[in-house]
Design a protein around this ligand. Structure first.
Ligand SMILES: Cc1cc2nc3c(=O)[nH]c(=O)nc-3n(C[C@H](O)[C@H](O)[C@H](O)COP(=O)(O)OP(=O)(O)OC[C@H]3O[C@@H](n4cnc5c(N)ncnc54)[C@H](O)[C@@H]3O)c2cc1C
Length: 430
């Protein structure tokens, strides 16, 4: 059987030092780092493309991001510099304070964390954010300065940020991690140039990247680990596994018992896999709306497209991006694009009653993607940062996990995934 190789050479000889599972940003960053240090590396990727949850589509003649969209807070963000190197031409995002101003909030820079500081509800591990906020809101309802509209905005913001409902998020840890600073950047050339940069570096240093090669099992093999893919068995002393949390939770990839330690096993079940989906819409005629974020309190947070971003200035096209998150996204998973567009248009017409039908649409369905099975990880009620630490450490079997769900400082992001890949490579090199 001939496998589609992105790198050079054929996969016949068994002389690998490291097998990397998954060619998302974490796997490719690990592979590039290891190969440049002289390790013999092979990357096995299930799908027919690189990048995983960084996925750029150019069918409309411009880069449309189906997965990651922004480089969040570029100051100190380790993805910002490589993105520039990849020729991504990061430009400041147009969202700025527009969305907040529409809601009458005086300070356009007011963000979730500032709101938390202003309204410090009790954080309790194992208590859902929904309950913590309810208790807090009940307590302060009578107090001067209570801003119910702001509370409602904040409630829906979290669902979009974490891809989970407030009764699913842990009130203590839901936003645990380091803060990034600066306005978000968009990558005009397409986000996928970033994983391509790492893939090119890995290949130049001699790594093999093999597409359409789903791993079905990881087994013990004496002092080596065995990886089964497409009926072939590969072995190496180190395996870096970047399978998304949803895939790990599904049990679709078999691990020999003892390969994953008890704390990491527990972590896989304890953390949650959230969901964020996108509906891109395109019109041929100019639209009667301002560029930037739009949202309406007349639309429930669970309605499809309750938030959307109109980006003619970014793209030169009459294009809008609507988001479905949490429960709304889950209810639409597996449904047709026609249904998804109809749901979004219903919400958009609450804000813009005369909005014409779009001429084109492109919808994501990350929950139905068998190689992702969700959007990104979140702190489910009862989960803790120790869960991510348990996944970030080398397992006693030699297996090393990487991926956004294993990063304690910046989970659920591209820079967190990138950092986890670099960390995994360092562990393997020790
Ligand atoms: C809609 C959406 C919007 C987002 N927006 C942003 C954003 O604006 N900014 C930001 O920083 N982050 C954002 N993120 C999060 C970011 O995209 C992810 O955190 C990051 O890309 C994850 O990288 P990873 O390497 O951990 O996983 P992945 O990119 O998922 O890589 C894992 C790889 O493993 C492969 N795989 C799966 N199963 C197998 C198997 N059995 N065998 C072999 N390979 C397999 C997959 O195909 C995939 O290529 C967003 C995510 C989504 C879904």
């Amino acid at each position: 059987m001939t496998l589609p190789l992105v790198g050079c050479g054929a996969i016949g000889e068994q002389g690998f030092d490291v097998i990397v599972i998954g060619a998302g940003i974490s796997g490719l960053a690990a592979a590039a780092t290891l190969a440049e240090e002289g390790a013999r590396v092979v990357v096995l990727e299930a799908s027919s493309r690189l990048g995983g949850r960084i996925r750029t589509d150019r069918a409309w003649g411009m880069p449309l991001e189906l997965g990651a969209q922004w480089i969040h807070g570029p100051e100190g963000n380790i993805a910002a510099e490589p993105a520039r190197k990849a020729g991504c031409d990061p430009s400041e995002s147009a969202d700025g304070g527009h969305w907040w101003r529409r809601h009458g909030v005086a300070d356009p820079m007011l963000n979730d964390r500032e709101w938390d500081r202003d309204c410090p509800y009790d954080r309790t591990p194992g208590m859902s954010l929904a309950v913590a906020k309810l208790l807090h809101e009940t307590k302060i309802k009578a107090e001067e300065g209570y801003f119910p509209m702001m509370a409602a905005v904040h409630r829906s913001q979290e669902v979009y940020e974490y891809g989970a409902e407030l009764d699913e998020l842990d009130s203590e840890f839901y936003d645990f991690g380091e803060e990034v600073k600066g306005n978000d950047l968009v990558l005009r050339g397409g986000y996928d140039l970033l994983p391509r940069l790492y893939a090119d570096r890995a290949k130049r240093a001699g790594a093999k990247v093999i597409l359409e090669s789903p791993v079905t099992a990881i087994r013990k093999g004496g002092r080596r680990l065995l990886v089964i893919s497409n009926g072939q068995e590969l072995s190496a002393p180190h395996v870096i596994c970047t399978l998304p949390l949803g895939v790990l939770q599904s049990g679709k990839v078999e691990f020999d018992s003892g390969l994953i330690g008890a704390p990491a096993q527990q972590a896989i079940q304890a953390l949650g896999m959230g969901l964020l989906d996108k509906v891109w819409l395109r019109w041929e005629t100019p639209l009667p709306m301002e560029p930037g974020w739009h949202s309406s309190q007349d639309i429930g947070a669970h309605d499809p497209g309750a938030e959307f971003f109109f980006a003619p200035d970014l793209t030169g096209n009459q294009v809008a991006l609507a988001f479905n998150a949490g429960k709304a996204a889950r209810s639409l998973a597996g449904r047709s694009s026609v249904e998804k567009v109809a749901g979004v248009m219903k919400s958009l017409r609450v804000m813009f009653p005369n909005l014409p039908e779009p001429s084109d649409a492109m919808c994501t369905d990350w929950l139905s993607d068998p190689f992702t099975l969700g959007g990104y990880s979140y702190y489910k009620v009862g989960s803790t940062p120790e869960n991510r630490w348990a996944l970030a450490e080398r397992q006693s079997s030699g297996l090393i996990f990487a991926g956004e769900h294993t990063d304690v400082d910046y989970p659920s992001t591209v820079h967190g995934a990138l950092a986890s890949g670099l960390r995994a490579a360092e562990i393997a090199l020790k």
